[in-house]
Design a protein around this ligand. Sequence first.
Ligand code: ADP
Ligand code: ASP
Ligand code: MG
Length: 401
Amino acid sequence: MLIVQKFGGSSVADPEKVRRVAGIIADTYCEGHDVVVVLSAQGKTTDHLIEMARQINERPSKREMDMLLSTGEQMSIALMAMAIERMGLPVVSLCAWQVGLETNCAHCNAQILRVDVDRLQAELDKRRIVLVAGFQGLARTGDITTLGRGGSDTTAVAIAAALHADRCQIFTDVEGVYTADPRDVPDARKLAEITYDEMLELASLGAKVLHNRSVLMAKRYGVNLEVLSSYVRKPGTKVKEVVKTMEEMKISGIAKDLNVARIAVIGLPDEPGMAFRVFRALANARINVDIILQSVGRDGTNDISFTVPRSDLEAAREAIEAYRDVLGFDHVNVDDKVAKVSIVGAGMMTASGIAAMMFEALSDAKINIQMISTSEIKVSVLIDEAYADRAVQAIHEAFFR
Ligand code: ADP
Ligand code: ASP
Ligand code: MG
């Protein structure tokens, strides 16, 4: 079999952990499999690199950030290669540009366009263990790019798809995908299986156990994906198209996202074209809008509220203020002390009363809902950030007691 394994930052944080992971890789190889391994930067290396940059320049260019951030993964593959060499096994480490992992030019958030399998295949044919630096890519300009925080998962899935690997195993510091972040909810249950669609929603709504683009790619190419622990050797969570348990579970999981801020544009003239102009201004500033709420018009005016990533709050406010004359609103107010809590489950498509159960749990916990948004398989609410953990626990209690 051809197996792609990915180990996250915490799994390779220090020499002892590097040796332990080398043991997992060696075991897989010695069972007779072809092994490609994708690694993240050790521990909090990427955070430290970001902090180092900030001490030099408050607003560094994204190109130079990529030049800096890509170094963390290069360190990891070299160290892991040394650990495997020491065990007497054949190994080679490769950066993204050696593999031929091509991305677009969107520095710090690049999308993978192509993976050239020739070099990878040649190394596998020599029966070598191949280590690939995650998170990084090469743009057509010849510049180094990175895929966005948590992007090593996407490197692993892209390589698994390109090589038609039999399995793609994402090893991390928890035993799989749980019904909620096990750090927030000690009673959270490990899921044996979850669908690509549900996992994509959970990852996009704040569950960082998988990078959301890795799930999208796994679905598109039918990659056989599993999330499992680097520390205990037991089955993790399989991510697939269809799962057996779908009908029985009301929801699959709960996610929390603190990278949210709310903006309210108050006193807009109640006339056609206003929503268009507000959201066109935001789109021009390349700001992603999530939940949108428009009030019922009163006295010829109307309010529109929406959420944006907290990191885009100032840019969003500036984009709206710049159109004050055209839009003719009264004022703008913002709140960055909010959180989005969501429930996800394919079962929602057929069962009724799921949203009501969530709202009841929040009501019993005396938590006020500021905004609501729904899709076929998810319900999200915007609440005060201070109550986010309590909300997740209360909702978990209601659904998984
Ligand atoms: P890695 O460094 O291995 O990529 P991450 O920190 O990116 O690891 O992702 C693993 C973390 O994701 C876990 O430690 C856990 O706190 C968090 N997490 C959030 N939601 C979930 C969930 N539903 N199931 C499992 N882990 C989750
Ligand atoms: N090292 C990168 C990060 O911390 C990529 C990853 O870990 O997946 O975001
Ligand atoms: Mg991660």
